[in-house]
Design a protein around this ligand. Sequence first.
Ligand SMILES: [Zn+2]
Length: 325
Amino acid sequence: MTSPASGASSAADYAPIPRSALGPALNEQRYYVGRVERNLYYVTDGVYQSAFLTTRDGVVVFDAPPSIGPNLRRAVDEIAAANGVTNRVTHFVYSHHHADHGGAASLFGGDVIRIGHEETRRLLLRDDDPARPIPEVTFADNYTLEVGGERVELAWRGPNHTPDNIYIHFPGHDTLMFIDVVNAGWVLIYNLNLSEDVIGYMGAPAIALDYPWTHFICGHLGRLATRDDVAVHQQYIADIEASSREALTSIDPVPFYVAAGENFWAGVKAHLDAVTERAAAPVIAKYTGVLAAADIEVFTRTTTFQIMQSLRLDRGVTVSIPVQP
Ligand SMILES: [Zn+2]
């Protein structure tokens, strides 16, 4: 272990994290495994989440973040022993192709059946990472996985965080797993949680809420999410969209270009920075104390920039250009 470099942020730089945003305490091996419902469990290291289903015919694992790594195997062994069922992992499901959620997939080798969206397969072939073996079983829109009398419904409903990010519904467990869109109780990290399709990302929480569920496995932080967490997330995004629209249409770009002279890119930067700052500031103020770490301002600023650009490029919102006399 290395210690943080000097100049790294420390807890003292920010407001304390409310207890309600944190998950259960980790054990000595630095993980927590908890029952979601019946034989569905989730595992967290406090930052990343994975899930598994123990059945009489084998264990199904959903995602394998490398930060949890071998502790995922420990958690499966511990729970299978406690439940008196096999600890043999027979199926592995990728939520999406990203290495930070699937990079320990190779820990489950042998005759495990790997399942993923067809775009996940394509992207994993492209990325050629031995830590993320290619799924043999793929699907385009929907796939029903039945193991040991349990049923899991996988669905692709368009690109969002990534082109291949799927909804994993457990109808017999009152649970939805959907990764990297909502962070339960916490602000998003940089650039809309590092998402690729802004419009798809903004519409995804409504699709998630259309499913019946009480428990939501969102992929990050220590606890499960609730329907209220998704609603707060939606409001945060809606607030950024509204203030971005307001800032885009009310800040006159001309003075920025005049001041920049023939360096047109300097004009672009000054104008877009001004729009971003005006749009993000009230959202940061509103959500500080509501979403954990909202006072890490660069997260909301970069997310605002991303949404503001999508308004301009996808939605066609135009900046105000005063008519010259
Ligand atoms: Zn991701």
